[in-house]
Write a protein that binds this ligand. Structure first.
Ligand code: ARG
Length: 567
């Protein structure tokens, strides 16, 4: 029994002019239950029927004969409000959430493939707070797409080619110390990279040396290739530590160098040439995008090297061949927006019909209260340190609140990460954020730890009484009051938020829905005692608590946040 679908059919039977699908999409869930559980706005019909919306609502609600799964149908200021039979509704929703492990999933994706290009760190630079954002947004959207029935492919397009390697090679030959590199890994590489930039100030010729070394690397100088491979290995050790910590895996690690080393960038140039899209401009080859009101896309520099955009063109073509994607999504900060617009447009000019299926999702910058960070100046905050700090702060709180907790360290890490991740996606991802510890860690605010804490509370209620839950003794008529029923409704509409997140590429909808559920649960928990002597009352309330627990757990999981049972 699907309430929303049934109501849409009911409407479609009575309004022959509007197809069922449109009805279904138009049905709203009013935030205030007194306006019904589902509402159909009649404004859109007023043109069609040449009548005022409130008249249409009155007439239609009078014509529809009420099925027994509805309690009443009302016309109020242009809306038809449907009130469900609360008993039937609660039973259907809670039975499903308590017995069907896939309760939150849908199939709007129909198995179509979505590739997400995310994380994509630059080799020889440590992971900093900014790179964390693409990593978690990508991983979360991947889980959300899967839950919405898509086939998700995560690709880690490593930044493993570019002039910075020339600089690093020069820096290494001048100041590199193998012992230190073995000991400190990528951090030592960063040290010498920073030193390079400091020295450039007094010795600008170093820049040329760097460029020359990169040109040599591109020509395949074996010594340089070996160094480059080594730098890459060292960096991956560091990145993989973080991926492990976050439990993130990728289907594919094909980085920028792949397209160079296999001459796929040259192939793109030939292809562009054949399609008459190349223009010579100051010694460089460009694709003119004037018609599209964009600056030209440089694809071949005057020194014969291809650039970032050329590799992205090659990578997109290669990805389409490999995955035949329905959408290919790139998640980077908004400073790269123009780059994506440009190369998407070039692919369109090359007549690839799938160019329209490429999507750039820009996100804003993260700063810590102390200000921006950039690798070059050396004042970057290493992500590991941030996570460690979060963990320690949480550990303090847990030790004070719950000194007997066995796996304190583990929980502290889970909650610390929960705070960081949630804070990154709770608002539109395009917004810049200033990360503040107090806000992110609050147990009573709109935070990851709040959701984790509420989940742990539901767990402890269930744990103490698991043996007492007796399904025979669940009486759904005990959940028809507004407080309990609002909670049931929020549980029932959770899959809609997953779909909204998938369609809008915004994890925020899922995060906000979880907060709403926590608030409604805490209200319920304040108003009613769960662990009462009356078997039926206790059973029924625990049945609802269990559904809250399942929803919060799955929701946190979609957000790549762990749901500890105790904290
Ligand atoms: N590695 C790049 C950077 O850190 C981002 C790569 C984004 N993906 C792409 N296909 N261009 O700036």
């Amino acid at each position: 029994m699907k309430f929303k679908e049934n109501i849409a059919s009911l409407l479609a039977e009575n309004i022959l002019e509007v197809p069922y699908e449109e009805m279904l999409n138009a049905l709203e869930v009013p935030p205030d239950s007194s306006k019904g559980d589902f509402a159909f706005p009649c404004f859109r019909l007023s043109k069609l029927f040449r009548k005022a919306p409130n008249i249409i609502a009155e007439e239609l609600s009078g014509n529809i004969s009420k099925p027994d799964y509805l309690d009443k149908i009302e016309a109020v200021s242009g809306y038809i409000n449907f009130f469900v039979d609360r008993l039937m509704f609660s039973k259907q929703i809670l039975d499903n959430v308590n017995t069907n492990v896939d309760f939150y999933k849908s199939d709007i994706g129909g198995g179509k493939t979505i590739v997400i290009d995310y994380s994509h760190p630059n080799i020889a630079k440590p992971f900093h707070v900014g790179s964390l954002r693409t990593t978690i947004i990508g991983a979360i959207l991947g889980k959300i797409f899967k839950a919405a029935g898509y086939n998700f492919i995560g690709t880690n397009y490593l930044g493993d080619w570019g002039t910075q390697f020339g600089k690093l090679i020069v820096a290494y030959k001048k100041w590199g110390n193998d012992e230190k590199i073995k000991e400190n890994g990528v951090y030592e590489l960063v040290n010498i990279y920073i030193k390079f930039h400091q020295e450039v100030d007094t010795n600008p010729a170093l820049e040329d040396e760097g460029r020359a070394a990169f040109a040599d690397l591109e020509r395949g100088n074996p010594e340089y290739i070996k160094l480059w491979n080594w730098f890459k290995e060292i960096s991956l050790v560091e990145f993989n530590k973080l991926y492990k910590r976050l439990e993130i895996t990728f289907n594919d690690y094909t980085g920028e160098s792949y397209y160079i080393l296999n001459n796929l960038d040259k192939e793109v140039i030939n292809n562009l040439n054949q399609k008459n899209l190349l223009e010579l401009s100051e010694g460089a080859y460009i694709v003119n995008l004037e018609e599209q009101k964009l600056p030209p896309c440089i694809v071949l520099k005057s020194n014969g090297s291809t650039i970032y955009a050329t590799r992205d063109l090659a990578a997109a073509i290669h990805r389409m061949q490999k995955y035949n994607f329905y959408k290919c999504i790139y998640i980077t900060d908004y400073k790269q927006s123009l780059h994506f617009k440009q190369f998407f447009t070039v692919l369109d000019k090359m007549n690839y019909p799938w160019a329209k299926d490429l999507v750039h999702i820009p996100y804003g910058f993260v700063t810590l209260e102390s200000g921006k960070m950039a690798t070059r100046e050396g004042n970057f905050i290493v992500l590991d340190k941030l996570i460690e700090e979060a963990k320690n702060k949480v550990l303090e709180v847990i030790t004070a609140k719950n000194p007997d907790l066995e796996n304190k360290e583990e929980v502290a890490e889970q909650v610390g990460l929960g705070a960081i991740i949630f804070n990154n996606i709770y608002n539109n991802i395009l917004n810049d954020i200033v990360f503040k510890w107090e806000t992110a860690l609050r147990l009573d605010g709109e935070t990851g730890p709040y959701v984790q804490y509420t989940h742990a509370r539901t767990c402890s209620l269930i744990k103490k009484n698991e043996s007492l839950i007796n399904l025979e003794k669940v009486d759904f008529s005990l959940l028809t009051d507004n407080t309990s029923f609002d909670l049931v409704k929020l549980i029932s509409s959770f899959p809609d938020s997953i779909i909204a997140s998938a369609e809008k590429y915004e994890p925020m909808y899922v995060a906000r829905h979880l907060i709403e559920i926590c608030k409604a649960f805490n209200k319920f928990y304040n108003e009613y005692s769960v662990l009462v002597d009356d078997d039926t009352v206790r059973n029924t309330r625990l049945y609802l608590v269990n559904a809250v627990k399942n929803t919060l757990r799955e929701g946190l999981n979609l957000l790549c946040i762990k749901a500890p049972e105790k904290m």
